[in-house]
Design a protein around this ligand. Structure first.
Ligand code: PEP
Ligand code: MG
Length: 885
């Protein structure tokens, strides 16, 4: 029979990735640690393939596999000297999920399994610690009933809270064995009431119930949402790890903790983590008690009085430190480790590559090259290009008026402002109507994943730096301030109190996840500082990539930002954006609405100096780099006056009656403007518009030459071409205008003429179009729209249904679809076969998407062009694409 169950001591393969596919990340790393000789409690992994079998077998575990599990359980019994369900020395196990990639908090875990009304006494005798045994049993009932039997957790929490209130104590640790005994009875009664069954006493039944529940949690709502956000295929399934328990809650020489080998927020090479004395597993991450620091240095830096682990458990701390070093050397990456100390003995429960902020990822990658742990190539491949986004985003403008109302932990960097909401559903609802929110929760749980994604920032009243909120927010790149004990949340009244103030739902606040500040109102932000490590990594990336990176920009400010981020030219200057300026819009409206060519020429002559000045400014900033200027593209109705005030303004300047103007406006209305009178169709109908634009470009060139600005060769781009005749007519227009300017100014002009390929016909007939084009730029926004016949403006309404029904893995307007990719491939081939020297690039939104960039590199485009803030993302993605080739 094929092997489905693997003892931690057995090896699946030498290749860690293959092992991870079978054993899941957690299982693969546990067995790796076991073989490295680290103290790992004995256990086994049920492979991810069983998850698939489970679903095929009507959500039941096949009996042969049940037999295998029994066999492996015997091996744990042998290794620990304990027995499952034994009344003398009972073995307790944990049952945990473990997918190929870590999905923090998304799936289920059950601890202390194997306890029942009898084994609990055996455990008490064995450990001479009745309180511990009872505490473990009540935890088990609570977890098992919640995860396996579906009894909601608040039922149990409420009982504990009431109990503490009656007893007049604050902390769980103040409850003794008799208290837990009473609560165990109450817990079991709740289970009976809610499920009509007794809490299971048979330990095998408990085990198989727990394993099934872990498999079922793979298809839970929150796991599905997480998979969708992180593009994790549903076929992967999860493995299940069954491991003998070690206890961090047996007394004050016990503890449990989470530690990173380096700081996951800023990348500093220092152990970073938290621990709790006399506590178990989830207590640290759940945020129910605020944990203490691992190192003395961190404790002093944060002005805490409770001792660090380094101070309270020096021997275990030293051993932990040694192990962390060994793990980093072995995995050559920053590790996120869970450990438990049972009666002074250290046990390793998990290691995995640690989630980190972009800032930290960059620093760690660069530092590890310096430390000779990894090569420069590896460093470039280590950083997720999309994550740079968070690094490049603005931070709070410290010069603006900042009214700090409270502070919390700086859990995930970045600043965000928004309206206060108290539920994830509200965050999602407001996000749908484009409103920014800050999700304020006592603590977050995995059920909040959709709200955390929808909100601009997250604020919690409880929980440390490794709490659910902190870990998930960092992964998502959402700013987060956690554990702000100064705020008191009242969910009922939808407000939180801070000092003597009440902040209500809908009030504006700002959080600064880099410093932990909570600020009243909205605060201005400033451009981010780029660190030395960032520039270093970018320079390494530049050495590997072949694709050039340009930017889509039409303002001097954006062009400057893009240059600072390393743009090597402009790939798309959308000239219509230069028309929207308040000063110019009236002339644009006059131009559109004028009845005669003379009127139109008059309006155009007013626009010419503005366009010319814009081009001069941009050419200066680009200082010799290529600039692709696209002639007017959008349907004219986008510029029409709408309000009565605007209409009367245009009527008076055109000197026509309002009524007549309104008729003209109605005439210009289109049923389907995206497929209407736009792009080169405007140039065909009103050549004077394009002539004015070309003149502005050429006169700007002349001016720059006079001012001794480094000369640039503009690339004049014709939009929405689908036939050879269109590009030919337009090219003639450009050349004609150039000749006029050349003879007027007595100067020779250098420029290229090319086209966007953004319609399927253009792609298919690219060889004909290439006869008249010196470059192609793929306009993948329109090309996606017209290939699918899906409106780029309306797709939001139904795209989600398409993703949910697995028709699309990902929005095709974000990442290039295969069919669109084929059209690009065909057009590139045909273009090159006609004109060997043709320049090829992409300027749709996909130009900033790492997956699409990989495709562009594969088919040998010359450049990608994207928005300024995506330029570093594209530089890194282009390097990775080359290295993966
Ligand atoms: C495109 O269609 O991909 C493109 C870049 O042009 P626009 O988005 O301006 O239509
Ligand atoms: Mg377009």
């Amino acid at each position: 029979m094929k092997k489905y169950i693997f003892n931690f001591k057995s090896k699946v393969s030498n290749k860690i990735n293959f092992s991870k596919n079978i054993l899941g990340g957690k299982g693969a790393n546990l067995s790796e640690m076991g073989r490295m000789g680290l103290p790992v409690p004995p256990g086994f992994t049920i492979s991810t393939e069983v998850c698939e079998l489970f679903y095929k077998n009507k959500k039941k575990i096949n009996y042969k596999i049940l037999g295998e599990i029994d066999k492996e359980l015997k091996n744990i019994e042998k290794d620990t000297g304990k027995k499952f369900g034994d009344l003398n020395n009972p073995l307790l196990v944990s049952v945990r999920s473990g997918a190929r990639v870590s999905m923090p908090g998304m799936m289920d875990t059950i601890l202390n399994l194997g306890l029942n009304d009898e084994t609990v006494h055996a455990l008490a005798n064995r450990t001479s610690n009745m309180r511990f045994a009872k505490d473990s049993y009540r935890r088990f009932i609570q977890m098992y009933s919640n995860v396996v039997l579906g009894v909601e957790n608040y039922n149990f929490e409420e009982l504990i809270e009431n109990y503490k209130l009656t007893k007049g104590v604050l902390l769980d640790t103040e409850l003794d064995e008799n208290d837990w005994d009473g609560l165990i009875k109450d817990f079991k009664n709740i289970v009976k009431k809610k499920t009509n069954k007794e809490f299971p006493q048979n330990v095998r039944e408990q085990l198989f119930g727990a394993i099934s529940a872990v498999f079922l949690s793979w298809e839970s709502h929150r796991a599905k949402v997480y998979r969708k956000l992180n593009q994790i295929p549903s076929e992967w399934g999860t493995a299940v790890n069954v491991q003998s328990m070690v206890f961090g809650n047996m007394g004050n020489d016990c503890a449990t903790g989470v530690v990173f080998t380096r700081n996951p927020s800023n990348g500093n090479h220092q152990i970073y983590g938290e621990y709790l004395i006399n506590a178990q597993g989830e207590d640290v991450v759940a945020g129910t008690r605020t944990p203490q620091h691992i190192t003395k240095k961190a404790r002093i830096a944060s002005n805490e009085s409770l001792p660090s682990m380094e101070e309270s458990m020096p021997i275990a701390y030293k051993e932990l430190k040694k192990i962390l070093h060994k793990l980093e050397k072995h995995y050559k990456d920053m590790q996120d480790v869970e450990f438990t100390i049972e009666n002074k003995k250290l046990w390793m429960l998990q290691t995995r590559s640690g989630k980190r902020t972009a800032k930290s990822a960059v620093k760690i990658a660069v530092d590890m090259v310096k430390e000779n742990l990894i090569s420069k190539k590896e460093a470039v491949l280590r950083v997720e290009p999309n994550s740079l986004d968070t690094l490049l985003h603005p931070t709070l403008d410290e010069k603006s008026n900042i009214e700090i109302i409270a502070k919390g932990l700086p859990a995930s960097p970045g600043a965000a402002s928004g309206k206060v909401v108290f539920t994830s559903d509200d965050a999602e609802r407001l996000n749908a109507s484009m409103q920014n929110t800050i999700l304020v929760r006592v603590e977050t749980s995995p059920e909040d994943i959709h709200g955390m994604h929808a909100a601009k920032g997250i604020l919690t009243a409880r929980g440390g730096m490794t709490s659910h909120a902190a870990v998930v927010a960092r992964g998502m790149g959402r700013p987060c301030v956690s554990g702000s004990s100064e705020i008191e949340i009242d969910y009922e009244k939808k407000l939180f109190k801070v000092q003597d103030r009440e902040i209500k739902e809908g009030d504006l606040i700002t959080i600064d996840g880099s410093t932990g500040r909570i600020i009243l109102g909205e605060v201005k932000t400033v451009k981010p500082e780029i660190s030395g490590e960032f520039s270093k990594l970018m320079n390494w990336a530049d050495n590997y990539r072949k694709l050039k990176i340009r930017t889509n920009s039409e303002t001097p400010l954006d062009s400057k930002i893009a240059r600072d981020f390393g743009a090597e030219g402009i790939g798309l200057c959308r000239t219509e954006h230069m028309f929207f300026d308040e000063e110019r819009i009236l002339s644009v409206r006059e131009m559109i609405l004028s009845k005669t060519k003379d009127d139109r020429l008059l309006a155009l002559s007013k626009l010419l100096p503005h366009q010319k000045k814009d081009f001069i400014d941009i050419f200066k900033i680009m200082n010799g780099l290529p600039v692709t200027v696209r002639l007017l593209d959008p349907p004219l109705h986008e510029f029409l006056p709408r309000t009565d005030k605007e209409i009367s303004e245009v009527a008076s300047s055109l000197n026509i009656p309002i009524k007549e103007l309104k008729v003209r406006i109605t005439e210009l209305h289109e049923q389907n403007p995206m497929l209407g009178h736009r792009g080169c169709r405007l140039g065909i109908s009103f050549p004077e518009i394009y002539e004015m634009q070309c003149r502005a470009i050429f006169e700007a060139l002349v001016q720059c030459k006079k001012q001794k600005v480094k000369s640039i060769i503009p690339e004049i781009m014709i939009p929405l071409v689908s036939t050879e005749a269109e590009i030919k007519i337009m090219k003639d227009l450009v050349i004609r205008t150039a000749k006029q300017v050349e003879s007027e100014k007595k100067i020779k002009l250098n420029f290229l003429v090319g086209t966007m390929i953004e319609l399927p016909r253009a792609a298919i007939k690219a060889n004909d179009i290439a006869k008249h084009a010196e470059f192609f730029s793929f306009g993948t926004n329109d090309l996606t729209q017209t290939t699918f016949g899906i409106s780029r403006d309306d797709s939001g309404k139904f795209l989600n249904d398409y993703i949910e029904n697995k028709i699309f893995d990902i929005d095709p307007f974000v990442s290039i679809d295969e069919g669109v990719a084929d059209l690009i491939d065909i057009a590139s081939e045909k273009g090159r076969s006609q004109n060997k020297k043709i320049k090829l690039g992409i300027c749709g939104e996909h130009g900033g998407d790492p997956k699409s960039i990989e495709f562009c590199a594969k088919i040998g485009l010359n450049y990608v062009s994207c928005s300024p803030y995506r330029v570093p993302v594209a530089r890194l993605a282009a390097a990775q694409a080359q290295l993966k080739k």
